[in-house]
Design a protein. Structure first.
Length: 570
């Protein structure tokens, strides 16, 4: 059924609103800090076949929803799916999620006895078992080391929660109260979404809503094809290097060959490294999500990210690659690899369309976890934090600072919350001077965050890029390298690799110094006033202003500098 343009717009906005309502309920009912403070979750809608209608929250979750529904339908024939059911899974290979700490929930939507859609949710959990607190041990050599592995199963059947499934989940987590609380929030938000979908069908008719969904997917496809047609045909390559997988010190190659022909795009990962023994692998649905996100960012970020945008893009990626590993590969530290895919696709597209080119976003994303025997509230065993960097600069301006390059909705947990719930003091949280690449337009800023442990703890780092940094373009400078330091500034200071697990005693300080994004254009073309402002704001030191930008500033009392006669170094 074809709906008129006005009705189509109304339905489109209502579908978007339903996704946002679900997301809001998800975060507001979250028990764990990783969900309610970092917002590491999402909510979305697919049709009955798993075609993605849309999602709100983490951008890398959108495409994987199709894999989630595919896994449900492979396990349960449609005639076995009933109104009031809800499904759960955390299997990266069968359930669509990124890694085992991401738990997926899906609630089928029935109207007049007919299955028409699924309301879906992903949410990162502080712990699902495995070798280490946080379920992300660098020692993982298999997905079985990374916690319980839940295939798509019914957690609610015909409206009745499965006590057996809940007991199994609870028994396999170091943070059972938080795990179950977060999952119940996911079930609740998807049930609300299902009810709102039924209300939408009652207003516009089921055929009208399903017809509108078809039109919205077609519209995204049409818009992306038009945007691709406007780019020159050609082939471009890009490659980035991951520090290593924790087993071998050899860097891991992520290679992209991109071919644009007419209104279609082929993204070929054949030149990438084979899957790693350690947990640096990224499952393919997440790689696809990162690549499509990069394409939309370059060509037209206003295009709705639904199943329609998958149609003009062809992926070539043999199984067994680090970006498409075979089961049961370890995948818990997938994000640094996924980030290199994001940067690489943007770099390759920028070679085809230089006016749209973007410098590398800061490298060094991932997460930290501290496992405690007890904490301020008595039961929050795992302190888990997402780590961010900064965006690369463009022809239009400086990069955005202290933000996750892909999962832009995620936030850094507030100091007050962290210190209240965990036995830790945050000794520093500040902008990292000189962390971004210099350029006519400067890269986005990185940051520094230092923790002091008040109890003995198990420390787990799921980071990377402590060797390789973000590159600038068009003459822009590279960003600094990210670092992880133990007892910084002390006689026993030491630097850690990205993937590490170790026991730390109370009083130990752990600092992360996060890189910024790469610069765009010749730094000598940056406005002297902009350099002066960066120095006075603490973004750039006077020494780097002279070395990178060729500008010498005269210091004045109070941390100010003379702006009237800045001089460029010859």
């Amino acid at each position: 059924m074809t709906v008129d343009p006005i009705t189509l717009e109304v339905i489109a906005n209502r579908l978007d609103e339903i996704q946002r309502i679900m997301k809001h309920r998800l975060f507001r009912t979250g028990y764990s800090t990783i969900l309610r403070e970092s917002f590491d979750g999402s909510a979305g809608i697919t049709d009955r076949r798993g075609r993605i209608v849309g999602a709100s929250g983490m951008t890398t979750h959108t495409i994987p929803y199709a894999k989630l529904v595919e896994g449900i339908l492979a396990a349960y024939p449609v005639e076995e799916i009933r109104e009031g059911d809800a499904f759960v899974s955390n299997d990266p290979f069968r359930g669509g999620v990124s890694h085992t700490p991401d738990v997926a929930v899906a609630t089928p939507v029935f109207v007049d006895g007919e299955l028409i859609a699924f309301c879906t949710s992903f949410g990162h959990k502080p712990d699902v078992g495995g070798l280490s607190p946080g379920s992300g041990s660098p020692a993982s050599r298999s997905v079985f080391h990374e916690g319980m592995l839940i295939p798509p199963v019914k957690i609610v059947e015909a409206g009745v929660p499965s006590r057996s499934v809940f007991r199994i989940l609870e028994n396999n987590s170091r943070t059972p109260r938080l795990l179950i609380g977060d999952i119940r929030g996911q079930i609740g938000c998807t049930r609300i979404g299902a009810e709102l979908m039924r209300e939408l069908c009652a207003r516009f008719g089921t055929a009208g809503v399903l017809g509108a969904i078809d039109q919205l997917l077609d519209a995204s496809e049409k818009r992306l094809r038009a945007a691709l047609s406007a780019l020159p045909d050609g082939r471009a390559e890009a490659e980035n290097w991951h520090d290593g997988d924790g087993v071998s010190k050899d860097p891991i190659r992520v290679h992209i060959a991109l071919t644009k022909q007419g209104d279609e795009l082929t993204i070929d990962f054949t030149g990438s490294a084979d899957q790693s023994a350690g947990p640096a692998n990224a499952v393919f649905q997440v790689v696809q999500a990162a690549a499509i996100g990069a394409v939309l960012s370059i060509v037209d970020h206003s295009i709705a990210n639904n199943d329609g945008v998958r149609r003009p893009i062809r992926f070539v990626c043999p199984e067994g690659k680090v970006v498409n590993p075979r089961f049961p590969a370890a995948v818990n530290s997938y994000m640094p690899t996924t980030h290199l895919v994001f940067n690489g696709v943007m770099e390759a597209l920028g070679k085809l369309a230089p006016d749209k080119a973007v410098a590398d976003s800061g490298l060094g994303v991932g997460a930290l976890a501290f496992g405690y025997k007890a904490s301020g509230t008595g039961d929050n065993y795992v302190h888990y934090e997402i780590v961010e960097t900064g965006l690369g600069a463009t022809a239009h301006g400086d990069g955005c600072g202290i933000i996750h390059p892909i999962m832009i909705f995620e936030t850094i947990q507030p100091i007050e919350i962290v210190e209240r719930e965990f036995p830790v003091l945050v000794r520093d949280f500040s902008i990292r001077p000189d962390g971004a690449g210099a350029g006519k337009h400067r890269g986005g800023l990185g940051y520094r965050r230092e923790f002091e442990l008040l109890q003995d703890a198990e420390f787990i780092s799921r980071l990377a890029q402590r060797t390789f940094g973000a590159r600038g373009i068009n003459g822009g400078g590279p960003a600094a390298i990210s670092h992880t330091l133990i007892n910084p500034g002390g006689p026993d200071e030491r630097s850690l690799p990205g993937l590490v697990q170790m026991s730390l005693s109370a009083g130990t300080r752990v600092a992360i110094e996060q890189a910024g994004g790469g610069g765009w254009g010749d730094p000598r073309e940056r406005s002297p006033d902009a350099v002066l402002a960066d120095v006075e704001d603490g973004y750039v030191t006077p020494e780097r202003a002279a070395a990178d930008y060729g500008i010498v500033l005269t210091p004045l009392p109070g941390g100010r500098y003379r702006a009237a006669v800045p001089q460029r170094v010859a």
